[in-house]
Design a binder for this molecule. Sequence first.
Ligand SMILES: [Zn+2]
Length: 165
Amino acid sequence: MTAAGPGPSARFPPLTGVTAMLFRRATTPPEVFPVTRSDAEWRAALSPEAFRILRQHGTERPGTSPLNGEKRPGRFVCAGCGTALFDQAAKFDSGTGWPSFFAPIAGAVGTKADRTLFMTRTEVHCATCGGHLGHVFADGPAPSGQRFCMNGAAMAFQPRDLSDG
Ligand SMILES: [Zn+2]
């Protein structure tokens, strides 16, 4: 047992001011998207249904989107920021009543774990504006085996201009 007598009086001063700030635990910053708007700006720019889905993680009723039956060549773009998300060539009829794709355009979407509704799903959002698009499941067709189950109201369709070559 060592003697615990009064030691040298070299005590460290408490951390204050700038020093305390430097040692504060770093927090994870929220994901920042290239296109960012306030809720009020989004509400003004979007239809009520698109706002509910894109900005409030809503889901449209199945079978309600005209994009379900869209079969022309072209691209499905984000209703929020116009970024091309999916090509018609990757669309398939999943029978769910939601526009479904086996792959997104490279780099167009991001994903994160969604633990709402008592299950763990993978949420899909626009990589440019962060708008919620739908979910991706592992029961899709070849070649990817993935099923991107999207809300039609979160997207718009741009037919390919065939005169464009
Ligand atoms: Zn977007």
